[in-house]
Design a protein around this ligand. Structure first.
Ligand code: 0GY
Length: 302
């Protein structure tokens, strides 16, 4: 009898690209893919009962192979909602990475100091607060603030994920957070609206007036209406953020691209967008090397 998979990927999901193209763009030495995930494998690291989707397995070995193929040196592995607050898959990957990966975890207020210390020892450097309603049931804000105060002494930061239409309501809460705050995917702008319009202006105001805020200029594949390979409608948004805040931006593949239902990006194409959004070697060095090292490997920065 054939083995039944422990978890069956959602029927409307696409698996990650099996053979991405080799990018024409060559990242600088030491480049960091600062937003990616590992999923399962589900029979070893089960998906969370409260998850809103069941992904394809995307184990660490595949992530290392992609890192090397695309010309990157290191990864920042971000806990995804399908694993809830069970960080074992991320921790396993960090411990197997030989120091070449750091992580962002998800915790609840029930986390103990010993558990936080163990995550830190494994290479976790932040927690993620997710406000995307299709992905999570919202946690009470007092719980998030409590977690923020507990992780601050560790020198960790907070990664926030939200969609642009939610920013007005969340703005004051975000600016009350006591650590560095990294925004996933530029706060998911609606790229059919103007880059100098009021919606994106609120996000740039957040970045300009609160210098503890950083942005990932990632995920053109989620934001674009024009689509691959150039994702040309997302480029002006990302380039504006990179040029305005060159010391507070990060880039990542978002592999294995959870919840992509219409097209699965070719990761080589995503890498080839980098010189469009960071058009000089100096900006690329900050985006891909200097900034992620400052946040995730500060002990290497003099
Ligand atoms: C992403 C995006 C998504 C999912 C998650 O934690 C997650 O489940 O991050 C998404 O569906 O937009 O950042 O990879």
């Amino acid at each position: 009898m054939a083995d039944k998979p422990a978890f069956q990927m959602d029927a409307d999901w696409l698996p990650f690209h099996p053979n991405p193209s080799k990018p024409a763009y060559v990242p600088p030495p030491g480049a960091v893919d600062a937003h990616c995930h590992v999923f399962g494998p589900g029979d070893v690291f089960p998906y969370a009962p409260e998850r809103k989707y069941t992904p394809c397995d995307a184990p660490k070995e595949k992530l290392w192979a992609l890192r090397d193929y695309l010309g990157f040196s290191r990864n920042v592995i971000v806990q995804a909602t399908c694993h809830g607050a069970d960080n074992r898959a991320v921790v396993d990957a960090l411990q197997a990475s030989g120091g070449r990966a750091r992580g962002v975890a998800t915790v609840r207020r029930s986390v103990t100091d010993e558990e936080l210390q163990a995550l830190d020892a494994a290479g976790v450097r932040g927690v993620r607060f997710n406000f995307v309603k299709r992905l999570v049931d919202a946690l009470p804000r007092d719980e998030l603030l409590e977690i923020a105060q507990r992780i601050k002494p560790l020198g960790w930061h907070i990664v926030i994920y939200f969609e642009a239409q939610e920013l007005p309501e969340l703005y004051d809460f975000f600016t009350s957070l006591p650590t560095v705050v990294v925004v996933d995917h530029m706060g998911r702008p609606d790229v059919t609206k103007p880059v100098d319009g009021p919606e994106f202006a609120l996000f740039t105001k957040l970045m300009r007036e609160h210098t503890n805020f950083w942005s990932k200029v990632s995920c053109p594949e989620r934001l674009s209406k024009l689509g691959p390979p150039a994702y040309g409608d997302v480029v002006p948004f990302a380039r504006h953020i990179v040029e305005s805040f060159p010391d507070r931006v990060l880039w990542g593949t978002d592999w294995p691209h959870p919840n992509m239902k219409t097209h699965m990006p070719d990761d080589g194409h995503l890498v080839d967008v980098i010189p469009q959004i960071a058009p000089t070697a100096a900006l690329q060095q900050k985006l891909l090397v200097d900034n992620p090292l400052r946040l995730y490997w500060p002990e290497e920065v003099r």
